[in-house]
Design a binder for this molecule. Structure first.
Ligand code: SF4
Length: 348
């Protein structure tokens, strides 16, 4: 019997997103040895095979059974834009027609991929395009890792950050599975220091990341060092104010023995004054965190601070002994800010 050429039958069960032990059990259920589960993992993520037919070292009978009952493809690329700085933005179409975005960012000797975890987002941050879409649904773990597969067919991805559309910790279990697959040696094989989960500060889930020993770095999107401003910019702060979220961050750091990062989006005339730089420095020292400063690409009624303001802000942090890096938003001309491509496509 020939292997079906149609690997992505819509009614078929999802194969991506299964953890290594689950794939081994599946291989046994389908009449093969458990080792075939590991081979499957390598074919799907290490070699990003596009069909079961291509998995030539799997027993033929297993390939036939997999093609009949499972789908390999979780998403397709609906649109692709390339910026002059090398950034590639993919608009990824999921099986139900929903669309999310994935951004490939080459920088020096690394290639970082920014993946989405939800269709839309419920958190309503004032400076974010995705917030305007509202939350439609969570992505399955398979749909998260598929973004990495699609990106790997275009670039040698070295780092993955969960900073695209959606709040990762509002989709905890699928994000946890995706991290485990990214760091599985026979999966994507990334080191845990090359995978970063970013959150606006969902305190119970930050604590769960530590309890579950999820092998990833952690970034807190802070963006304001005082509760008053932060609650206005990021409604999540009304549930978990700064002191509470920094306490969870510090506990996470103690348990994992890792240094957390505070991301601070600099908005002209809103949070870029030197008093706030001093407050941010104090918080970073307390949380034993480093700081990424991200001058905002002007949109949604906000403006980017002038270069000298950004430099002065950074200097205040450095003088207090805080490691503070300026991260450039990349691919501005292809709408690389959070959620912009998907919202543009939605309008089209
Ligand atoms: S910044 Fe992140 S958490 Fe906030 S609304 Fe946008 S996607 Fe959601």
């Amino acid at each position: 019997m020939a292997v079906s050429p149609v690997d992505a039958a819509p009614a078929a069960a999802s194969l991506k997103g299964l953890l290594p032990a689950e794939l081994e059990a599946l291989a046994v259920r389908e009449g093969a040895r458990s080792f075939a589960g590991r081979q499957l993992l390598t074919w799907m993520y290490g070699r990003t095979a596009a069909s079961f037919e291509a998995m030539t070292d799997l027993p033929r009978a297993l390939r036939v059974r997999l093609a009949a009952g499972y789908r390999l493809e979780e998403a397709t690329v609906a649109a692709e834009r390339r910026a002059a700085d090398g950034t590639i933005k993919l608009l990824v179409a999921l099986h139900d027609g929903a669309r999310v975005e994935t951004v490939i960012i080459p920088e020096d000797d690394r290639v970082t991929l920014c993946v989405s975890t939800q269709v839309g987002c419920a958190r309503g941050c004032g400076f974010c395009a995705t917030a305007r879409m509202r939350l439609a649904r969570n992505l399955a773990a398979a749909e998260i890792v598929e973004q990495v597969v699609l990106a790997r067919r275009r670039a040698a991805v070295t780092n993955v950050v969960f900073m695209g559309m959606g709040e990762p910790l509002d989709n905890y279990e699928n994000v946890r599975r995706a991290v485990l697959l990214l760091t599985a040696p026979s999966g994507f094989g990334l080191g845990s220091r090359h995978v970063t989960v970013s959150t606006v500060g969902i305190v119970p889930r930050i604590r769960q990341l530590a309890t579950d020993r999820v092998p990833a770095c952690l970034t807190l999107s802070l963006t304001a060092p005082d509760d008053d401003l932060r609650s206005r910019l990021m409604p999540v702060n009304r549930s978990w104010p700064i002191a509470e979220v920094l306490g969870a961050l510090r506990d996470w750091a103690d348990t994992t023995r890792r240094t957390p990062t505070l991301a601070y989006v600099l908005l002209k005339g809103v949070n870029d004054d030197l008093v706030r730089a001093g407050r941010l420095a104090a918080l970073a020292l307390k949380a034993r965190a480093k700081v990424n400063l991200i001058p905002f690409n002007a949109t949604l009624g906000f403006e980017r601070p002038p270069e000298e303001v950004v430099t002065r802000f950074q200097e205040v942090l450095k003088r207090r002994g805080v490691i503070a890096l300026i991260r450039r938003e990349r691919g501005g001309e292809i709408a690389a800010a959070c959620g912009q491509l998907a919202t543009e496509a939605g309008r089209a």
